[in-house]
Design a protein around this ligand. Sequence first.
Ligand SMILES: O=c1ccn([C@@H]2O[C@H](COP(=O)(O)OP(=O)(O)O[C@H]3O[C@H](CO)[C@@H](O)[C@H](O)[C@H]3O)[C@@H](O)[C@H]2O)c(=O)[nH]1
Length: 464
Amino acid sequence: MEKTLHIAILPSPGMGHLIPMAEFAKRLVQHHHISATIIIPTTGAPPKAQISVLESLPENIHHLFLQPVNVEGLPDDSRPEILISFIMQTSLSSLRDALSSLKSKTKLVALVFDMFGHDSMEVGKEFNLFNFLFFPMNAMALSFTFIVPKLDEETSCEYKDLPYPVKVPGSVSFHGRELMAPVQVRTDEVYKGYLLLSKRLSLLDGILINSFEELEEETFRVLRGQIAGKTPVYPIGPLIQSGPSNGPDRHECLKWLDDQPSGSVLLVSFGSGGTLSLEQVHELAHGLEMSSHRFLWIVRSPDRDSNASYFSASSQNDPLGFLPKGFLARTINRGLTVPSWGPQIEILSHEATGGFLTHCGWNSTLESIVHGVPMIAWPLYAEQHMNARVMTETLCLALRLETDENGIFRKEEIEKVVKELMEGDEGKKISKRLKELKNSAMKALSVGGSSMESLSKFALQLNK
Ligand SMILES: O=c1ccn([C@@H]2O[C@H](COP(=O)(O)OP(=O)(O)O[C@H]3O[C@H](CO)[C@@H](O)[C@H](O)[C@H]3O)[C@@H](O)[C@H]2O)c(=O)[nH]1
């Protein structure tokens, strides 16, 4: 009997990479005659959360762990990007062994890696595999990534000092300061890695992207027509973690939401790593209080750098001790603060949630779209300033907060924008737009929808 086609999927370390790539694998094997192995780079025993994602996969998606990489030689304060790149590079030889073993047992045809895994292209070629990039950001960010080599050639200063804006094909123009973090310091290793990735885009057999055609129509049109050349671009999103848990271990904050009126609560969350300065945390707390609206705030200790002495003095014994004095007592009837981490997707899917103040990470944005929740944009780092511009100016998904001359979001501004989102005309417009987008996201992922068609084209390419 003819063996089914098999693909290898290589997510770099971190749940943010594993989750959408695992969702991609699920959709692929469910709708096409293809099986897959997820290959996991590690530094030791895998974290519980990773295991639970891998164990929940259907039986035609296998997984294997690469040889653990020893990271002890790296400085303790190595940035996550440096650490991840090191793990991916050091894993190349055990990747080679894994592919060799898979090739002997399956009809292995392709290797799919993410933005930190592009060095594995060479290994993919050795085994005569198709090389695909899984791009976890949006079409605007991909379009920008395509122009980085040209920008690099034409520019002699740091991008933040550019005297003119950078036009992203098919999207808007950005000031150099707004460009994504990997390109902010051109002498940095992270920039060099990103430049190499951008140069390699045209050597790929295709790019899978976690967005959908209807959301960024114009950008996809220009990407295909003028930018990506012969490299196929497959929008297959929105891919978000499926299956919210409603079991007995339901998080306390969901029980609190059960008692709130429909659409009345603003979720405030800054992704998996976003932190604010102490001053900014206080402005946010006062702004939320002054807005008089209900809120659920997933709150982290303030940024260590800006408040080192305060941080060490306060937050050890009382995890929320850095909040303004009396804030929790004054807002007890309409606000809930959850330290560090909350079940974001479950919160967004809850009937009581009516708005989302977000750092504009792309997964959070997609999760909000899928659940039809209008947003307020508060970008922090990575490509979030670029996302915030598109989300507020072209996609009309979010209201924008303006900073003062010192780059701080003041409480009066926060109060005004929260009120506008939750009760104003602009908020109503955005809410309506989100309802429409929620429907088009669902359509894109249903049989015959744009993302499912894209997935079919990808599967067809594997068969060539
Ligand atoms: O308390 C929390 C906080 C976060 N999340 C989840 O964590 C993920 C966060 O992802 P995202 O919104 O993309 O933010 P980051 O983790 O900051 O993601 C990084 O990666 C993204 C995709 O490449 C980029 O768009 C971001 O700018 C970059 O910071 C989402 O699935 C959230 O649901 C929770 O479940 N609970």
